[in-house]
Design a binder for this molecule. Structure first.
Ligand SMILES: [Zn+2]
Length: 373
């Protein structure tokens, strides 16, 4: 039913573009962006739950008198500083107590992404963060994979998983965890990431961990250039042999690094709203992504922890157009970048490109370079 509804809207929209090109305004392009097939490469499932899911889990575990509605929850997730953000993160984690909670949450997150026309996700998950809730990595992983399979069956959305190793937990545990991750390599867990305190635990410490992951055939990404500077990005490239950089926001502090990222075509998983919320940039307007785009880097757009930061992938594309002046053609290229930067095989990428081309083929080409101001 839902698919038909969107198709209907899509057809009407394309017709209106053809009939009245001169009146194409930002709102029309917003509608187009909403309908555009999308790919998400930097999203943490633990920060992407829906408020409806969390409210149901809170009620399941006895309720909270201060949180009776999703509106109360939204207030609970309005932070005034970083310590409060961390406190809220920990607070919500306590309501994930059995594998079924992860299955429910993952399925509802993927449902929400499907409604944004996200067709493919490479999502981080951090199963070891919940061992103190009495849960094991394999139990959580199986539950999340079950949800991914169900979402694919019901909506066609595909989700591959990247297990996020926490820098703060050290390399010794990291080595053990690679073995656990490798046990799921044929079931939808395709790689490892490196999150946690980038400024305290440099990438160099994890060289052997990433080498081991590579031997298993796991893909490798790392957060870098978010809480630390260019040195951290260099280390991720040279010591960890990563295939993408999470954020890379501070890459511009080193022109040689920018050139290296461009030359090696290393995709940046840019997360604009996240960077503004955590203070990596002073404001959205000062985010350097346009500089990176103009320098020819492989820029992709992502949400990081959308529920925690109150954003959606669709919103981030709106930002590109409304705040950074990206043309529709540039947005299209950013979608292509995301597709090319996935760890899908050739056929998987081709399928996503075909879906993207499908919606673009009816848009008159002279509107592609329309500049939004
Ligand atoms: Zn992240």
């Amino acid at each position: 039913m839902l698919g038909r509804y969107f198709l209907h809207r899509e057809r009407n929209f394309i017709v209106s573009l053809k009939m009245d090109i001169s009146s194409i305004q930002r709102t029309a392009w917003h509608e187009f962006i909403r309908l555009m097939p999308k790919v998400e490469l930097h999203l943490h499932l633990e920060g992407a739950f829906t408020f409806t899911t969390l409210l149901s889990l809170i009620k399941k575990y006895g309720g909270d008198s201060r949180v009776r509605s999703t509106s109360d929850l939204k207030d609970r997730f309005a932070y005034k500083d970083f310590p409060q953000f961390i406190e809220t993160w920990k607070w919500k984690n306590q309501f994930f107590r059995v594998p079924e909670d992860f299955e429910l949450s993952t399925f509802e997150t993927l449902t929400d992404l499907h409604h944004q026309h996200v067709e493919y996700v490479e999502a981080f998950f951090s199963p070891w963060d919940f061992t103190e809730n009495g849960l094991s990595m394999p139990d959580i992983t199986r539950a999340v994979l079950t949800a991914c399979r169900r979402a694919r069956e019901e909506y066609g959305i595909r989700c591959s998983l990247i297990a996020d190793l926490n820098r703060d937990h050290g390399a010794k545990l990291g080595m053990q965890r690679i073995d656990e991750v490798a046990g799921f390599i044929d079931q939808g867990v395709i790689g490892i990431g490196l999150g946690g305190s980038e400024h305290l635990y440099p990438a160099d410490l994890f060289e052997e961990v990433f080498a081991k992951a590579k031997r298993y055939g796991l893909h490798r990404v790392a957060h870098a250039g978010e809480a630390a500077g260019p040195k951290s990005i260099w280390a991720a490239l040279l010591k960890l042999d990563v295939e993408r950089i999470g954020h890379g926001t501070r890459a511009g502090e080193d022109p040689l690094l920018l050139e290296e990222l461009r030359r090696r075509k290393i995709p940046l998983e840019v997360c604009i709203t996240s960077n503004a919320c955590t203070g990596v940039v002073q404001s959205i307007a000062t985010h350097p992504l346009k500089q990176y785009w103009d320098a020819g880097l492989v820029v992709t757009i992502n949400t990081d922890d959308p529920t925690m930061f109150g954003c959606t992938l669709t919103d981030e594309y709106f930002l590109l157009m409304d705040r950074f002046g990206f043309t529709p053609e540039a947005l299209r290229q950013i979608c292509y970048n995301a597709i090319e930067s996935t760890f899908l095989d050739g056929a998987g990428k081709r399928q996503l490109r075909t879906h993207l081309d499908e919606i673009w083929k009816d848009v008159p080409s002279d509107t592609h370079t329309h500049q939004s101001n």
